[in-house]
Every structure is written in structure tokens, then in C-alpha cells.
Design a protein around this ligand. Structure first.
Ligand SMILES: [Zn+2]
Length: 140
């Protein structure tokens, strides 16, 4: 259990116990951490080191796990994109255009494009969509 000093957007301070730092993040993301004074869900950890009771040196587990539902969703989308689309890196713009014009094989691709380049593609009727993560080359 961890005790956090919390502060809502109205600057009410209160203390609350959580199973773990991760549990706090999850509850907060779900809007289930509320101010003890006004009931606001806009709650943040007050700047103060959390007081750990007993096993302070318990190893941090699942450090690489996404911390909240939004990150989880992005991680899943990323996996799907990486499994189903070809990474073309900086060639994204020319490749997307070539596919649109029929000079490259029709397939799903992802890569990097500057915002102005992406806008130009959309203007020219090439279907592109921004990804909520930084695309990188497949590692496997
Ligand atoms: Zn409050």
C-alpha cells in the first residue's frame, strides 16, 4: 500500500491509500480518484514523496506495461499496424502517392511524413491518417 498526498484543481489537499502506484494511475485515469473535499476528479499527486509502508524496496514489476487504458489502446493499434502494414519510413509520401496512382502495388503502408506533406496528400485525394505513435522500423 502507498499513501499519496493528493491535491485537486481547487488546491484541496487530502491523503489517500492505494494498492500501488499503478493502481493509483489506473483509478485516476478512470476518474475514480476524487477530491475528499469537493468531489472533483481533477486530482494530482501533491509534490511530496509517497510514503511506503514496509517493503519499500519491492522490485518494480511490469515497467514496460502501458500505464493507462489510452496507452494500452495505442499499443494495440501499433501492434495491428506493424503486423498488417509495410514500414516505408521517409518514403511514405512518394510511396502513398505511387499506390494512389497505381504505379506501386496496392497495400497498407506506414511511415513518416511532415505535416505539410501529409496535408498535400489529403488535398490530392490520397487517403492517409495520422498515427498516435512514432512509427519505427519493425524489430523482428
Ligand atoms: Zn477539491
Amino acid at each position: 500500500m502507498i499513501q499519496y498526498s493528493l491535491k485537486c484543481k481547487e488546491s484541496h489537499q487530502f491523503e489517500s491509500w492505494f494498492q500501488s502506484a499503478e493502481a493509483f494511475d489506473k483509478l485516476r485515469a478512470a476518474g475514480m480518484v476524487t477530491c475528499a473535499v469537493c468531489g472533483s476528479t481533477q486530482v494530482e499527486k501533491a509534490i511530496m514523496a509517497p510514503r511506503l509502508n514496509q517493503k519499500a524496496s519491492e522490485p518494480e514489476k511490469a515497467l514496460s506495461q502501458p500505464a493507462n487504458p489510452a496507452e494500452q489502446a495505442i499499443a494495440e493499434l501499433r501492434k495491428k499496424v506493424e503486423e498488417n502494414a509495410d514500414y516505408v519510413g521517409r518514403d511514405f509520401v512518394s510511396e502513398a502517392r505511387a499506390i494512389h496512382e497505381g504505379t506501386a502495388p496496392e497495400r497498407s503502408i506506414y511511415g513518416e511524413a511532415r505535416l505539410d506533406e501529409a496535408k498535400k496528400l489529403v488535398e490530392d485525394g490520397v487517403p492517409v491518417a495520422p498515427l498516435p505513435f512514432n512509427p519505427t522500423r519493425k524489430t523482428n
